[in-house]
Design a protein around this ligand. Structure first.
Ligand code: 5GP
Length: 200
């Protein structure tokens, strides 16, 4: 998605440890016009899928997830993060190691918001080592729901998340794919192909 790549080039900051800071439009301040385009693009890509629910993790997945839910006209559920969790019967829980914060968090979703009838699209801001997505997949499996695919705003292809998901044949669509950080600059992979020839 050219618009997103351009914004990353203009406003993204490469930090030590292969972390990209995008707090001016995605992770802290949010650009709603850009997020609306992000939501539309995920909807366009997964349009032939019978999505009933969007799942993400708080807090930075919420903005792109909500706009995607708006485009699909389906509810959005975000997993809540806790340092520790008192296991409650009314919650699905999993453990996620945070790449940026170097701590493990429990994530939890209330059982009443996810059922075996749901067909789920996961949306998240970044794909790095895949831990956040794995945690959500664990919860989807606990609920007996069906995972249709994963939409990622910014993928770092040099980290192992994509490989993990590809191995399990999970469809992943990323709007910006970063090959490497070189001399403090972002280097993108070639554009992902669009089945209908439209520019992503
Ligand atoms: P993963 O679980 O795939 O290792 O990492 C995904 C989560 O870590 C994302 O939801 C995001 O919050 C955070 N994250 C991973 N890499 C980056 C990065 O380069 N920049 C920012 N801002 N967050 C990141």
């Amino acid at each position: 998605m050219k618009l997103l790549e351009q914004r990353i080039r203009e406003d993204g900051q490469v930090l030590p440890g292969d972390v990209l800071k995008v707090d001016s439009f995605l992770n802290h301040q949010v650009d709603p016009e850009l997020m609306a385009e992000v939501g539309k693009e995920f909807q366009r890509h997964f349009a032939d899928q019978p999505v009933t629910k969007i799942l993400t993790v708080e807090s930075s997945g919420i903005a792109p997830a909500v706009f995607t839910g708006y485009a699909f006209k389906v509810p959005v559920v975000f997993a809540r993060k806790h340092k520790s969790v008192t296991l409650k019967e009314d919650m699905f829980t999993s453990v996620v190691y945070s790449y940026t914060k170097k701590v493990s968090n429990h994530i939890a979703i209330a059982r009443k918001f996810l059922s075996a009838d749901d067909k789920v699209l996961i949306i998240d801001d970044f794909l790095a080592n895949g831990q956040a997505v794995e945690g959500l997949i664990d919860i989807i499996n606990q609920a007996g729901a069906q995972l249709l695919g994963v939409g990622i705003v910014i993928e770092k292809t040099f980290q192992k998340g994509r490989q993990l998901l590809d191995k399990r044949d999970i469809p992943v669509y990323s709007l910006a794919r970063i090959k490497e950080f070189k001399d403090g600059q972002v280097v993108f992979t070639e554009e992902q192909e669009n089945p209908d020839g439209a520019e992503a």
